[in-house]
Structure formats: C-alpha cells, structure tokens
Ligand binder design. Sequence first.
Ligand SMILES: Nc1ncnc2c1ncn2[C@@H]1O[C@H](COP(=O)(O)OP(=O)(O)OP(=O)(O)O)[C@@H](O)[C@H]1O
Length: 398
Amino acid sequence: MRITAEAQAKQAVAMNEKAKHDAQPTRAVAATLAGVGKTFTSKGRQVDALQGIDLTVREGEYVVVLGPSGCGKSTLIRCIAGLESPTAGTIELGGKTVYDAERSITTSMHKRDVGMVFQNYALWPHMTIQKNVAYPLKMRRVPNAERVKRVAEVLEVLACDHLAGRLPAELSGGQQQRVALARALVYEPALLLLDEPLSNLDALLKVSLRSELLRLHRLLGYTGIHITHDQEEALEMGDRVVLMREGKIEQMGPPEEVYRRPVSPYAANFLGVRNRVKVTLSGGHLEHNGRILGTTKLTNRIPSGQEGLELFVRARDTHVVRGPAVEDGASDQIKVEGTIAQVVLGDGGRRQYVVDIGGHFWYAQHPESEGLTPGESVHVRVQSDMALLYQGDNLIDL
Ligand SMILES: Nc1ncnc2c1ncn2[C@@H]1O[C@H](COP(=O)(O)OP(=O)(O)OP(=O)(O)O)[C@@H](O)[C@H]1O
C-alpha cells in the first residue's frame, strides 16, 4: 500500500485514541469475517483484492496472515480496522456487527476498539516519544497526571523509558517500532492489528522483536492479527497461520499442521519446500525423467494411471550420499542419482548441497559422506513419509 507516513500516523492515532481504557486487564475480542469481499475499481479496471473470506479469530488468539505481495493481506487487515470498506460480507468484532454489506452497516474506525501498528512506524516526526505515545490519551482528554503515568508504564513494558525525551528521527528502526507498539497499546485495545510490523527491520532485530511481540501478547492478552510475507515469522509466531492466495484463503491451521501438510503446490512453495519435480507413475514405479525413484512404496497408495503428479521435498529432509543408489529393497525411500553442482552455505549456516539430477537442481542438507565436492556422483535420499505428493492443485493423502 502506498500511503504517506503522515496519513498513517493520523490513522493510527485516530484508532488508538478510540480504543477505550477501562483500568481492567485487556479485554480480548473475537473477530469474525463471513464472505468478506473487496473489489477496487480504478481507471475502469476492477481488482478483486478479497473474495469470500471466512475467518474467525478467537478471543486472545494470535493469528498470522501470510502471503506474497498483492495477495490481499493489507486489504484484509484494513477492512477489519475500518480503514477500508469491504464490498461484500460481514465483519463482527466482539459479537458486534461493524460491517454488513447487505444491511449497509459500517461502523467507523473510530468506534472499533482496535489498535494498529504499521510497517513504517507512522510516528509523528516533530513530537518526542513521550508526546507521541501520550497523544491519543491527550486527544481523549485523559488528565495529565494519568497520561504521564500510563505513558511511563507502557514505555517501561516495552523497554523504551530511556527514550522518552527523544524525537523519532533519533531512534533506530527497532526502537521506533517499539514506540509505535507502545502508542498502539497505551489504550489496551481489545484487538491489535499489525501490518508487516517487522518488515523494515534487519534480520537480528526481527528475531528479537518476534519474541518481544509474543511476550507482550501473553502479558496483555489482546487478540492479535499480524500480517507478513515471511513464512518463518508466521510459523514461529502464530497460534494459527492463515495463508492467502489471490484474495482467498488457501489454507489455515496451527503452524505445525500448515508446515507438515501444505494443501497445494502453492502452499508448499510458499512454505519453503524447495525441491519440486514432476513425476509419473509407470509400471508401479514413481519415475522422474524415465528414472525410477528408489524403492518408494508411495505408489502402493496411489491409484494407477494418475497424471499431473508433482513431488515436493524439503532440503532439510534430504540426505546426500556419495556414489550411485544401491537397491537394498528394504527401506521405503526415494532415491535420485545426480552430480554435485554446488556446495553453498544455506539456511541457518548449514551447508547445502545442490545436486544436478539431469538438468534439474535438488537441494539437500544432510551429507552422509564428508567432503563432497562439485562434480562428484551422488544420490539424494528421502524417507517417503517426508515427501509431499500433489496431483494438480491437490495434496494426495498418503
Ligand atoms: N486502493 C487501491 N486501488 C486499487 N487497487 C488496490 C488498492 N489497494 C490495493 N489494491 C490491489 O488489491 C490487491 C491486494 O493488495 P494488498 O495491498 O491488500 O496486498 P498485500 O498482500 O498486502 O501486498 P503488499 O504486501 O505488497 O502490501 C493488489 O492487486 C493491489 O494492487
């Protein structure tokens, strides 16, 4: 979304201003979306940014919405906040309808008890940190003494108390995002929406702020909806992960489930399953480019005559072994012969072996023999139950 920092600052303040403080522990609310659609019309063109979104986020749950650029994540969160009006469906927050296309109900963003944090922090550049965080309280005419107390409390929770007298430009990106969080939380909103809050931060800071966000969520108990295009962030942070694809929900579930069973090649690809090869079923064998893939029993569980099959395997589930594949008959393994093309430093500083399996690269992480070097003949080996097999867009249940 291309919105100016100034406009975002106004939106964030306006929403946070209205999130009511009642001196109680935070009241989390559920968010329920049914059949939500949003079509943008600009210059005679229509874009269906959201289509038929059904999603319930439970009270106190932390849901991470994941997807590539343009899949509708920001539009979704902006519709929940009231910054954007959907064109179909209903939205309920805490059991109250805040949007209903058919009944023409649209509650303004000021009346939704929602806090929001943006990717680019959206702080007021000319105000000190203390004033930035106090601003929404001031707008609601919270008395000065109470304001000072609450700002000090929230800055302390976020370990930003020592920054109170500085201007945003005098802070690092991570510090600015902490302050933006403080401003969103100073009202103890029942629902916190986070629009790519970590995307502008460097890798190390990202990881520490992930833990910080989870700690705050546990401490304060609000319902959280966090959007990101980073699969690692989503899997680490979400009680549930919602994967989006072209304005629709492709898959949702607990992170372990989404990680283990991506429902489609799109989901597998987005969740970092790097090895993807077309396979055929022939004479009871699974084959790639006319070569039999080991002694896999996957074929026992697939009806014969299937077309459009694709095998997906994670690099971290692949072993690479020197020499040709030996048929031992006993194990249920996929084996593919090839040649080491590259040895590179991959995820988490682990050596990654790139194996040329006949014009196609296969990534493997576990060497069974030390000192493998480019040009060597090897085979890659995978336990069949770690493989994912798809037919067209569907996961075959093996
Ligand atoms: N105001 C608008 N007018 C016209 N089209 C829009 C508008 N806002 C978003 N879109 C379109 O709607 C689709 C979804 O956009 P959205 O910003 O929600 O995606 P996103 O997943 O958040 O992407 P990003 O991570 O790049 O922000 C895109 O095709 C986008 O071009």
